[in-house]
Design a protein around this ligand. Structure first.
Ligand SMILES: Nc1nc2c(c(=O)[nH]1)N[C@H]1C(S)=C(S)[C@@H](COP(=O)(O)OP(=O)(O)OC[C@H]3O[C@@H](n4cnc5c(=O)[nH]c(N)nc54)[C@H](O)[C@@H]3O)O[C@H]1N2
Ligand SMILES: Nc1nc2c(c(=O)[nH]1)N[C@H]1C(S)=C(S)[C@@H](COP(=O)(O)OP(=O)(O)OC[C@H]3O[C@@H](n4cnc5c(=O)[nH]c(N)nc54)[C@H](O)[C@@H]3O)O[C@H]1N2
Ligand SMILES: [Mo]
Length: 713
């Protein structure tokens, strides 16, 4: 919707939805008068189940935040000092274009590293869109690869099922008799706005919900009949012991395994101990996981008996050392109980709901081949470049939509790394810990200041028209507009030959099941209502002869041929428990005995929104500690504590609670780094503690982290 003078006088309602990388995607009713957002309300016009949360409703505070960056800034102190001076666009663009041109001339385009991440994920103004297109016209760049969220889950989906579309619509839960939240906390992380509603209904229909998590999460408290506490990073051992129970007690679905899977005998030989002499019994797993053997037995029997049952594997247990084994093992268990391809069953993976739209792309020119480094190696790339075996020496770091320093592992290494490039440019709305390291900051528009389309997290069954509610403040511009200007200054033609509306029309026409952008603008929210729940692999299970799985064997690969071809000792072709580094068995526990996990915060989206006071007041940024661990350290609830290891330290408030198991600690990710003169963080940014290692098949192991905690004297 264009904003013209006349229509400004009266109050009007714009429709939109957050474009953050949040688990929801909820229509917002934005009331606008005199060119200003007056208030934002949840939109109930499009049926139940899409109600917005406190974060969506707080977007007015984000747009009009007093700390919003609204003009271009140039660094005026030492890098990282946070000292900047305002400059005009002309000068800012000239400087950035000049730095890019110089780097390309002297060192080649790959001396520029494009760090575009998840600030916005919409199809046109997503922060991984315009930048990619720009650099493909520029002649390339170095970029990143992998996935900080769910690389372990994607690896499993691809290897086991041959596709990343493994989930189903949420109404499936209404058929489930048992629902297992395995490291899944959907009341906070949402995974689609209708998830909580469907789960509540399923529970009312009699489904039993069990939660397996080192802490009793809000979802465990709110929905589960039972919380099973497990040591972080040991989930694979418990899943494999459950398989042992099913095999020993002959409870698994032989017909399913024979018809649809391949390699079960190899897995069975490992589980029973025939392969290596160690039967993976519940007692074996009890010693590793801390979960009583009887509990493992009982859950295994229930999972086999209560069909259909949904084993919902959150991505967090996969964000650990060898996290890929956890997702692989969970898929095998789903197959052993015949819970694949049936309503009420479930296989989690990369994309929970199958609508190809998530993968449609028009603007970013996919397919351009840039050298890329893994998301756990970004700091190593900046520090070591070619000498460390990376594809190039980085001269210019170009950041769009990422709070890199805060959100990537091993922040103190990050600080050293961000001193290296000759030039750093950041597109941002705020002076984040990362923006402080920029040489030039370009003020980015908020999603309510541009037109786009809202699509649910990881696919889904509706689309939302994101109307432009207001003009950007002062001099802020969309990332696309910024790159369009830069392209012009670099003599690039054809970069942006369309209006936003034309781009969106093109996108809509390429996306199956989607109305035209004009139609969507009329309809505001377009819901596709399948007459029955979408269930991944329904066809493959109903008629396997006609519908093989897209794997080398045409079956669910318990033994993966593709993995076997890798011939990597730490990526076995059948899922196995591999003791993690920085786990309970690591000798490092002598100094750092507590396993720290960092869940996603209810009132932030990663680190986005941490600076919004209305939401910060609601946040729980304390470090959770079991009373036994607290007692042994003389720590009481509310005490100020130091959390540290050899990589860094932070000061936080202790929350002493039975809701976290002994030996583990938990602190929400995403609070902004706020160091003192000694480099100790007072903001509560967990990534001063995490290690920037990569799991063999690519998992981003943010939940594998040993720490010590002590009371601040
Ligand atoms: N409100 C909100 N929603 C979000 C986001 C946000 O920042 N805020 N971020 C979105 C994004 S980008 C993503 S990738 C997803 C993330 O989605 P998830 O990865 O599923 O979410 P997390 O909150 O990290 O973790 C879920 C639960 O797993 C537990 N957990 C941690 N480690 C382990 C372990 O080793 N074993 C077991 N069994 N449990 C463990 C945590 O205690 C937590 O309760 O959420 C999305 N949704
Ligand atoms: N310890 C620990 N670390 C983690 C995780 C964890 O569970 N534990 N989770 C990981 C996961 S799953 C993820 S996805 C990453 C997320 O890591 P990031 O993608 O870096 O996420 P954010 O911290 O939200 O940073 C996004 C930034 O984009 C800005 N932004 C928002 N909209 C726009 C826009 O339209 N244009 C521009 N230019 N900027 C915009 C926001 O202000 C914000 O500063 O973090 C990872 N880090
Ligand atoms: Mo994520």
């Amino acid at each position: 919707m264009s904003v013209n003078e006349d229509s400004n006088r009266e109050e009007r309602i714009a429709t939109s939805t957050c474009s953050y990388d949040c688990g929801g995607r909820c229509p917002l009713k934005v009331y606008v008068r005199d060119g200003k957002i007056r208030r934002i309300a949840a939109d109930d016009r499009f049926g139940p189940g899409l109600a917005a949360c406190a974060r969506g409703l707080a977007q007015r505070d984000m747009v009009y935040a007093p700390d919003r960056i609204t003009v271009p800034l140039r660094r005026s102190g030492e890098r990282g000092s946070g000292k900047f001076e305002p400059i005009g666009w002309e000068e800012a663009l000239k400087t950035v274009a000049g730095a890019l041109r110089d780097a390309r001339e002297k060192y080649g385009p790959q001396s520029v590293f494009l760090m575009d991440f998840s600030g916005s994920v919409s199809p046109l103004h997503g922060t991984q869109k315009a930048g990619r297109r720009f650099f493909s016209f520029f002649g390339g760049c170095t970029s990143w690869r992998g996935n900080s969220s769910m690389e372990a889950a994607l690896f499993n989906s691809r290897m086991t099922f041959g596709t990343i579309f493994t989930g189903g619509t949420r109404d499936n839960f209404l058929h489930s008799r048992l629902i297992i939240f395995w490291g899944w906390n959907p009341l906070d992380t949402r995974f689609g706005p209708d998830t909580a509603g469907c789960l509540k209904q399923a529970k009312e229909h009699g489904a039993r919900i069990v939660c397996i998590d080192p802490r009793s999460s809000p979802s465990a408290e709110g929905l589960a009949a039972e919380w099973i506490a497990i040591r972080p990073g040991t989930d694979t051992a418990m899943l494999i012991a459950m398989a042992h129970v099913l095999i020993a007690e002959d409870l698994y679905d032989r017909a399913f395994v024979e018809t649809y899977t391949s390699g079960f005998e190899r897995f069975k030989a490992y589980v029973t101990g025939e392969e290596d002499g160690t039967p993976k019994t519940p007692a074996w797993a009890e010693a590793i996981t801390g979960v009583p053997g009887e509990t493992i037995e009982r859950l295994a029997r229930d999972y086999a008996a209560c069909r259909p049952a949904a084993l919902c594997t959150g991505w967090a247990p996969g964000r650990t050392a060898y996290g890929e084994q956890y997702h692989r093992a969970a898929s095998v268990l789903a197959a052993m109980t015949g819970n694949i391809g049936i309503p009420g069953g479930h296989v989690s993976g990369g994309t929970d709901i199958m609508m190809q739209g998530y993968l449609t792309d028009t603007i970013s020119v996919p397919g351009s081949r840039n050298p890329a480094v893994h998301v756990t190696d970004v700091y190593n790339l900046l520090l070591e470049g070619r000498s460390g075996g990376y594809p190039s020496d980085i001269r210019v770091l170009y950041i769009v939509g990422s709070n890199l320093l805060n959100q990537f592992l091993n922040l103190n290494k990050g600080i050293r790394a961000l001193k290296r490039p000759e030039f750093i440019v950041v597109h941002e709305l705020f002076m984040t810990p990362t923006s402080r390291y920029a040489d030039i900051i370009l003020p980015a528009a908020h999603f309510l200041e541009r037109e786009d389309i809202g699509q649910p997290f990881r696919g889904g069954t509706y689309n939302i028209a994101m109307e432009k509610a207001v003009e950007p403040p002062a001099e802020a511009r969309s990332d696309l507009a910024i790159f369009t200007e830069l392209a012009a200054r670099l003599g690039i033609t054809g970069f942006n030959d369309k209006t936003d509306h034309e781009w969106l029309n093109e996108f809509a026409s390429m996306t199956p099941g989607m109305p035209s952008h004009d139609a969507l603008r009329q309809e505001k929210v377009h819901r596709v209502k399948p007459d029955k729940p979408i269930v991944a692999f329904r066809k493959q299970i109903k008629d396997p002869a006609q519908n093989p799985f897209p794997t080398p064997s045409g079956k669910i690969e318990i033994y993966s041929r593709k993995i076997a071809e890798k011939n990597h000792p730490m990526i076995p072709p059948i899922p196995k428990y591999i003791p993690p580094w920085e786990g309970a068995g690591d000798p490092l526990t002598g100094r750092y005995p507590l396993q720290l996990v960092s869940p996603h915060a209810k009132f932030r989206v990663n680190s986005t929104l941490d600076n919004i006071p209305r939401l910060k007041k609601l946040a729980d940024d304390a470090v959770w500690l079991n009373p036994a661990d607290a007692g042994a350290r003389g720590i009481r609830n509310g005490d100020e504590v130091r959390v540290y290891n050899e990589r860094g330290g932070l000061i936080a408030t202790a929350k002493v609670t039975e809701r976290i198991m002994q030996g583990a600690a938990s602190m929400d990710a995403g609070a902004w780094y706020r160091p003192d003169d000694m480099g100790i963080d007072h903001g509560g940014c967990v990534n001063v503690l995490t290690r920037d290692a990569r799991s063999p098949a690519g998992a981003f192991p943010s939940n594998t982290c040993l720490v010590q905690i002590e009371k601040v004297a």
